[in-house]
Design a protein around this ligand. Structure first.
Ligand SMILES: Cc1ncc(COP(=O)(O)O)c(C=O)c1O
Length: 348
């Protein structure tokens, strides 16, 4: 199949001769490794560099996620994948990207770091995609469209039919950031990767999998994109400890599923309790592990909670989120403390 999207890749990246690490070039059997200037004394194998292409871990992810190994990229958090995609497709000072608004703040930060113009297209007031508005602002310099589903901070999933329409009509690459997909009843768009050359899905071990501290994010895309991402990433971007720990966590998928279902159950309970309060004006439907809550005098609620040691995210200055706080679903005990403080504020 002809690939018209390869022309979107920056020329310096197309011509890049990637760093070839010692472990990269060797695939036979050997007992003595004097090739990488490591300390030869065993420190729980951490004296050795990690597998640069994370082969064992990807094999397991492939089995769990139903995505081919060659379609998987692993980054130091999805934040690394976001930055790498800017560096692959966007010429600093020249190219641009489109992002929905409101959405995850790192798309803008990564654009600014890479000196790439970002054009924000507002979602509708109920946080749905406005396909026509996106296509109306689209121009030749737009290399990437950033979508997020379930979206942060609104919590809703975007309409998959509209995403498919954009995949047909938007001439650049489309990233669908699915960091919160495991909390959603909607299915992942990852099944469209084999048939869509311009689709990149981001997922992460930081949310439902409970491993934010290890920093491992995933990108699923066609092999040509994954190969370029691997060429651009630092050779040893995922450390050995994280690779092993995540591999082990993937074997405990039943426990992870139980945690997810407990968090979803708590989400329902927190909504019910918040609905009883007068200071709560609206709770937006959530397919994620957080709620966007419109409050009377949100800034004051935010500050009062903070004084009681309950930290939530003030989103009241974000477009379409005026008067809103974003609150993560915690453990039952944490949620109880939050609800108790909200009730106190409600009575004041
Ligand atoms: C939508 C979205 N994408 C990506 C991330 C970052 O994920 P990671 O921890 O894998 O870098 C976050 C974190 O809050 C997020 O909300």
């Amino acid at each position: 199949m002809e690939n018209k999207y390869i022309s979107l890749v920056r020329d310096n990246i197309k011509n890049l001769k990637p760093y070839s690490s010692a472990r990269h070039e060797f695939s036979g059997h050997a007992d003595i490794f004097l090739d990488a200037n490591e300390n030869p004394n065993d420190h729980h194998i951490y004296n050795r560099y990690p597998d640069p292409l994370q082969t064992r871990l990807k094999r397991k992810i492939s089995a769990v996620k139903g995505v081919k190994e060659e379609s998987i990229f692993l980054g130091n958090g999805s934040d690394e994948a976001i930055d790498i995609l800017f560096r692959i497709f966007c010429e600093p000072g020249k190219d641009s990207v489109i992002s929905i608004e409101p959405s995850y703040g790192m798309y803008r930060v990564a654009a600014d770091i890479n000196n790439v113009k970002i054009k924000n297209v507002s979602l509708t007031p109920d946080f749905e995609l406005d396909v026509d508005a996106i296509l109306a602002v689209e121009e030749k310099s737009d290399k990437i469209l950033w979508l997020c589903s379930p979206n942060n901070p609104s919590g809703n999933t975007l309409n998959p039919q509209m995403i498919l329409e954009l995949l047909d009509k938007f001439p650049g690459m489309i990233v669908v950031d699915e960091a919160y997909i495991d909390f959603s009843n909607e299915v992942s768009m990852k099944s469209f990767v084999p048939e869509r050359q311009n689709l990149i899905i981001l997922q992460t071990f930081s949310k439902a999998w409970g491993l934010a501290g290890l920093r491992i994010g995933m990108a699923f895309a066609q092999q040509w994109i994954i190969e370029i991402m691997n060429a651009v990433k630092p050779p040893y971007n995922i450390n050995s400890y994280s690779q092993d720990f995540v591999l082990n966590q993937l074997r405990k998928i039943d426990d992870v599923r139980k945690e997810i279902s407990k968090i979803k159950q708590e989400r329902g309970r927190v909504i019910e309790r918040l609905e009883e309060l007068d200071i709560v004006e609206k709770i937006y439907p959530s397919e994620a592990n957080f709620l966007l809550i419109k409050c009377k005098d949100a800034r004051n609620v935010f500050k009062s909670l903070q004084e009681k040691g309950v930290i939530v995210r003030d989103r009241s200055n974000v477009p379409l989120c005026e008067g809103c706080l974003r609150v993560t679903i915690g453990t039952e005990r944490e949620n109880e403390v939050f609800l108790k403080e909200m009730k106190i504020l409600d009575k004041q």
